[in-house]
Ligand binder design. Sequence first.
Ligand SMILES: Nc1ncnc2c1ncn2[C@@H]1O[C@H](COP(=O)(O)OP(=O)(O)OP(=O)(O)O)[C@@H](O)[C@H]1O
Ligand SMILES: [Mg+2]
Length: 265
Amino acid sequence: MTGLDDTPEPAVADLMVKAEAVHKHFGRLDVLKGIDLEVRPGEVMCVIGPSGSGKSTFLRCVNHLEKIDSGRLWVNGHLMGYRQKGDRLYELRDKEVSAQRREIGMVFQRFNLFPHMTAMENVCEAPIRVRREGKAKARERGARLLEQVGLGDKVNSYPSQLSGGQQQRVAIARALAMEPKLMLFDEPTSALDPELVGDVLEVMKRLALDGMTMVVVTHEMGFAREVGDSLVFMDDGVVVEKGTPRDVLTNPRHARTQDFLSKVI
Ligand SMILES: Nc1ncnc2c1ncn2[C@@H]1O[C@H](COP(=O)(O)OP(=O)(O)OP(=O)(O)O)[C@@H](O)[C@H]1O
Ligand SMILES: [Mg+2]
């Protein structure tokens, strides 16, 4: 976006995510109606908005789990899902899309751990199977990551033996095991009992402080305010406003944002 000031537009290569006029529909339902967003390396962008506004769909488009209908979406300088030659776009093969997706870690509301694998096995699975990494190296990193998310004593536990918050922290460690450049979180704490939310947010906060680029769909306004560099309010398939969390939360410019915040804060 060219602002009123003289700051030049950052080039695609200098951004971690750039979405340009992204449209997505399901049948007759227009879910994303032209999303323009930019995430700088190291930025933590939080996304809020009412149910059905397109937040999850946008995250799924970022890692090309959903194909966009028009517009352009780059992650780490790569056009997601396509190769551009001249003015034309060519779809990448599945293998090439998987390679692009490896740069992106995703954590969902439901943790989707493999139930028959221990915490350690869950964390090591993708590096060993996808990256063909040696077991010893994968386990070494696995131990470090499980320690990092506060589960050093749970490496041999199965998901059924862990609380929801612990399972979600294993899911975060599992995503980090692929050494992503970008982490996407889709309401990572909203399925958790309230007393388990804090530990997961603490892990995410530390990740942010370590410099990870993150897009976080969340209803945790405290987290957005404290950890977010930017806050986006989406409604009905559009970005209504984006600003610093403080500005959006305490001084929303749009009636729709004010209305939403009055219901959730
Ligand atoms: N695969 C699909 N097929 C058809 N419609 C879909 C599909 N996925 C999402 N939708 C619809 O798209 C709209 C946006 O859904 P989305 O999940 O992106 O919303 P959201 O902002 O994440 O909502 P919530 O806060 O409830 O998670 C909804 O109306 C939803 O029903
Ligand atoms: Mg959602």
